[in-house]
Design a protein around this ligand. Structure first.
Ligand code: CP
Ligand code: NVA
Length: 312
């Protein structure tokens, strides 16, 4: 029995547990191959990927671009100003036009509906490179990083501290359900996950505003308090979130001397995370950022190169 192929990568929710594991295994195979051989075979020779951005990016843009280079393909960047997704041109038209030029579209958008509209109208795979609702490439990378750091996912507790309702938290909850990772979200009232997301994910997620919720964490995860597109709420959020800063005291409060700290980056250092923790011995921040390349190569090899998702 083979793992059913994916058409798009729009959300973790639309994948089966088997497909998530297939992507993780494929990513590991490509990363191991790169480390052992110094290169990957050009399985995407002649293939191209459009990189469509409505928001800024460092990691997503560069890791997708370099992922295509590693696999022998080509990527081209389209800035917010030139495309005007949803203003100059509808997402449906953009997707149909780009489908005639490229073999895949990676899009970073404000409105998640635009990702879904492109998937409906385009005839090539659509990859969600972050929307207001979710960040599935990040979540896949994060699970890959935890799997790599611990050698397992069983019996681990991931505690997410901060804005529990944002795109990164949502995708982490969704993927926790797929891989059976226990999660706790420590977030102030009003910034806690939508109970429907937790319920649909099937994940074991506890939610609390009590900072003692970090106790027993194997991984402490945080993200910015104000996401891209929420800038007008920044002052209000800065008044609410400071107790939820991931600092040395909070790391010690986990009671776990081996706890790992993760952050999707970019960080607002001195707000949600201190330099001491970000640059300290618990930090996985840079291996995590580097793994964007490897996790997304798995997605690209499968969606654009037709490489089957390994079963085991
Ligand atoms: N983590 C992440 O998506 O980073 P960028 O916004 O720099 O792409
Ligand atoms: N939650 C953050 C993630 C950035 C990668 C944002 O949406 O801005």
């Amino acid at each position: 029995m083979t793992v059913p192929a994916l058409e798009h990568f729009t959300d973790i929710d639309s994948l089966t547990s088997q497909q998530v594991w297939g992507l993780l295994r494929l990513a590991k195979r490509l990363k191991d191959e790169l480390q052992e051989m110094g290169q990957n075979p050009p399985i995407l020779a002649g293939k191209s990927l459009a990189l469509l951005f409505q928001k800024p990016s460092l990691r997503t843009r560069v890791s997708f671009e370099m992922g295509m280079v590693h696999l022998g393909g080509y990527a081209f960047y389209l800035s917010p100003q030139e495309v005007g997704l949803g203003t100059r041109e509808s997402p449906a038209d953009v997707a149909r036009v780009l489908s005639g030029y490229a073999d895949g579209i990676m899009a970073r958008v404000f409105d998640h509906e635009h990702i879904l509209e492109m998937a409906e109208w385009g005839s090539v795979p659509i990859i969600n490179g972050l929307s207001d609702f979710s960040h599935p490439c990040q979540a896949l990378t994060d699970i890959f990083t935890i799997w790599e750091a611990f050698g397992r996912l069983e019996d681990l507790l991931l505690v997410y501290v901060g804005d529990g309702a944002n795109n990164v938290a949502t995708s982490l909850i969704q993927i926790a359900g797929k891989v059976g990772l226990a999660m706790r979200v420590v977030a102030p009232p009003g910034y806690q996950p939508d109970p429907k997301i937790i319920q649909q994910s099937g994940a074991a997620v506890e939610v609390t505003d009590d900072l003692d919720g970090v106790k027993g964490a194997d991984v402490l995860y945080t993200d910015v308090w104000t996401s891209m597109g929420q800038e007008e709420e920044r002052a209000k959020r800065l008044a609410i979130f400071p107790p939820y800063q991931v600092n040395q005291a909070l790391v010690e409060r986990t009671g776990n001397p081996n706890v790992k700290v993760m952050h999707c980056l970019p960080a607002h250092r001195g707000e949600e995370i201190t330099d001491e923790v970000a640059d300290g011995p618990h930090s996985l921040l840079f291996p995590q950022a580097h793994n964007r390349l490897h996790a997304q190569k798995g997605i690209l090899a499968h969606l654009l190169g037709g490489v089957a998702l390994p079963e085991a």
